[in-house]
Design a protein around this ligand. Structure first.
Ligand code: GLY
Length: 564
């Protein structure tokens, strides 16, 4: 009898593991959920929840772990944003966007003729913004964490020190940076083992120097990064490589708690990131336009539906380009107007359902944004929720770093508008709010978002993808709220992107039938196909039944939702 009982216990335990942790599939749980770009990092976050940690603790532990397991975007050398809603619906945000160093000027990226020097704002040490991640996570912990700081960093220290199984995404990057020669000395050594060979899939990848840096952060909090040994090494690296970040820049860096951007959609409350991210403002403006669009009368993904969605995107991106930048430097941004229902009425009247508008290429717009960033969503047993997106800008950021520090620096300075007054139809923007100034934060598209239902967190969502972030989050929120899709379907549904300039709709392969293409082209749209956009990590919460549903995007092969 006992053996039968233990057999069933074993079967149940296996089933529970399958149900509570899965790669790229919808996962259900009763006590909390963590969804991130790397399943082992989601497991780190879920273990923190099991230990009694809250959603903030889980997000911090997951984020430090991603700096080890997902270094293309998970980081301590970059920056990002947290949106936090507690179980009572009280919502706040933490801005840990990188800042321009004190010595930064707009001219440092231009030649004598005032033209942008190709690559300088993305591929040199001058492209590195003062990192914000450690300060942001530390502030989040001080204000809203519950477990000791050390407990949240230790799993990442362990993963770096003892290693973890090298996955296929890392191997692909390793091949790119070494065998294919797309490299510098730092990246060439980055993915090599002690024998100097490229780490192979499944092999344990150890990052000794990163473990040491993380240990200093574990033991000294934010000072473990912004002061002492780490700061000294960062400043020495900058000096040697013609970078401009100094020890003073590091010591002065502060993360900031800011009021979220809030909008509504048919009874739901939508909370997202305010400037210096443009994500929240653009999202709310588009959701307001959708409220006016009478979507119920349109077939999902019909030409009519996609036309009105694209026209909303065109307008929100034009407004983004014209008005948005760091709020500490742009005191009069018309945020309340941009997210108001009245403004949406005005904007909506400009939409002709039969004809695409023309984006005016003599004015604003920009195309070439990073596609590389990462999002994580967490919820705890009490129903507190965290939506966090952070980034190095490009995949593996500037691809610059020092071996003795073990982490990669961002190239976020490339998110500033490079040439004042120069806006090109290819997408470069030259508007004033986002020009380089010392200590300014560069405008972002990151859109960590939490939707509230009856005053409680309902949907936690976000994505990587440069400017496409805003539109993938927008369509996913719409898929859940308007089209009542479960979160995995909402994430996987194929999507479009329009960013005002260049003036075309980008669509994910297989979304458009030839008939739909014809109708959209007849309306005046230019269409461009691409394989994939974004990698959404989402949770929905049924507050009555207390059930968490987590889902990660199949576009991110090593991602996973882990609940318990
Ligand atoms: N670096 C991408 C973003 O912040 O939008």
């Amino acid at each position: 009898m006992n053996s039968i009982k233990s057999f069933f216990t074993l079967v149940l335990a296996i089933l529970f593991t399958i149900v509570a942790s899965s790669l790229n599939a919808q996962t259900y749980s009763k006590n909390g959920m963590v969804v991130s770009s790397n399943n082992s990092s989601s497991e780190v976050g879920a273990a923190i929840l099991k230990k009694g940690g809250n959603a903030i603790d889980a997000a911090i532990a997951t984020a430090f772990s991603l700096a080890v397991t997902h270094p293309s975007a998970g980081n301590i050398g970059g920056g990002g944003f947290i949106v936090f809603m507690n179980s009572e619906g009280k919502t706040t945000t933490i801005d840990f966007r990188e800042k321009a160093p004190l010595a930064a000027t707009n001219a440092m990226f231009l030649n004598k003729e005032g033209q942008l020097i190709n690559g300088i704002n993305h591929e040199t040490a001058k492209a590195i913004g003062v990192p914000g991640t450690v300060a942001g996570l530390y502030l989040a912990h001080q204000k809203y964490g519950s477990l000791p700081w050390k407990d949240l960093i230790q799993p990442a220290v362990n993963q770096a020190k003892n290693g973890f199984a090298f996955n296929w995404s890392l191997f692909k990057a390793a091949t790119h940076f070494t065998e294919e020669g797309n490299t510098n000395a730092f990246m060439d050594g980055y993915f090599r083992n002690e024998k100097g060979l490229i780490v192979q899939p499944g092999e344990t990848w150890i990052q000794t120097e990163l473990a040491e840096t993380l240990t200093l952060i574990r033991d000294n909090g934010r000072d473990g990064f912004y002061k002492g040994k780490t700061a000294k090494k960062i400043a020495a690296f900058m000096k040697k490589n013609d970078g401009i970040i100094t020890k003073k820049d590091l010591a002065k860096y502060e993360a900031i708690e800011r009021k979220p951007i809030k909008g509504t959609y048919k009874g739901y409350d939508i909370y997202s990131m305010p400037p210096p991210s443009s994500g929240g403002v653009a999202l709310i403006e588009m959701m307001n336009l959708m409220e006016l669009a009478d979507l119920k009368t349109m077939e999902f993904n019909s030409a009519e539906h996609l036309h009105v969605v694209a026209e909303a995107m065109r307008r929100a991106f034009a407004d983004r380009a014209e008005h948005l930048g760091d709020p500490d430097f742009n005191l009069n941004m018309p945020l309340n107007k941009l997210i108001s229902k009245e403004f949406a009425q005005q904007r909506f009247q400009e939409i002709d359902m039969n004809k695409a508008s023309q984006s005016d290429s003599t004015q604003f717009g920009r195309l070439y944004d990073s596609e590389n960033t990462t999002h994580l969503s967490t919820m705890d047993k009490d129903g507190n929720a965290v939506s966090m997106t952070y980034t190095l800008e490009y995949s593996y950021g500037s691809r610059l770093g020092s071996k003795e520090l073990g982490f990669i620096f961002n190239n976020e300075m490339g998110d500033f508008n490079p040439q004042a007054g120069v806006t090109k139809s290819n997408g470069q923007i030259g508007t004033a709010p986002n020009l380089v100034e010392p200590e300014k934060r560069m405008l972002s598209s990151m859109t960590p978002t939490i939707v509230g239902k009856n005053g409680k967190p309902y949907l936690v969502i976000g994505s990587p993808g440069g400017r496409t972030i805003i539109n993938t989050v927008f369509q996913t929120v719409l898929n859940v709220l308007e089209f009542e899709m479960p979160v995995d379907k909402a994430i996987e549904a194929l999507k479009i992107h329009h960013q005002w300039l260049p003036d075309y709709i980008v669509y994910e392969k297989h979304l458009l039938s030839p008939d739909t293409r014809k109708v959209l082209e007849a309306k005046g749209h230019t269409l461009r196909e691409r394989n994939n956009m974004g990698a959404l990590m989402g949770i929905t919460y049924d507050a009555e039944k207390k059930i968490f549903t987590g889902a990660s995007d199949s576009a991110q092969p090593d991602s996973g939702a882990v609940g318990y």
